[in-house]
Design a protein around this ligand. Structure first.
Ligand SMILES: Nc1ncnc2c1ncn2[C@@H]1O[C@H](COP(=O)(O)OP(=O)(O)OP(=O)(O)O)[C@@H](O)[C@H]1O
Ligand SMILES: [Mg+2]
Length: 116
């Protein structure tokens, strides 16, 4: 409940996606193809015992769309070489507040953060 799916809803809105974005927990991946760029929303929560490598998620990461991964710890060997990590932190006393920390891995995301 840190706000990962809520953040993704905002990202989808920014991409001009008008479909209702809901948590992909039971499907692992949801695809939204009607915005400026395709959005691939993944939730790997149910893969804590492994198995991410068998899903071929690399195809999403290597394509031209935007991939959002909740619970990326479970990607294993499928982890992309470059990505933007976003850490979400809840405030213990203030439920309407979230702290987000953006950490770039790779030049592309360093440039992106600088332009933000
Ligand atoms: N920035 C925010 N400010 C206030 N409330 C928020 C914020 N982000 C999310 N919430 C609220 O927190 C709750 C959980 O949010 P959300 O489902 O986005 O979390 P999540 O990190 O995707 O959770 P999960 O780990 O279950 O996938 C929702 O009720 C949502 O409205
Ligand atoms: Mg979620």
């Amino acid at each position: 409940g840190a706000g990962k799916t809520s953040f993704t809803k905002g990202l989808a809105k920014g991409l001009g996606i008008t479909d209702y974005v809901k948590s992909p927990t039971f499907t692992i991946v949801r695809e939204y193809r009607h915005g400026r760029l395709p959005l691939y929303h993944m939730d790997l929560y149910r893969l804590e015992d492994g198995g991410a490598e068998d899903l071929g998620l690399e195809e999403y990461f290597e394509g031209d769309g935007v991939s959002v991964v909740e619970w990326p710890d479970f990607l294993g060997l499928s982890e992309p070489e470059t990505y933007l990590m976003i850490h979400f932190q809840k405030d213990d006393n203030e439920d309407t507040t979230r702290h987000l920390e953006f950490v770039p891995f790779g030049q592309h995301y360093e440039n992106l953060l600088e332009s933000l």
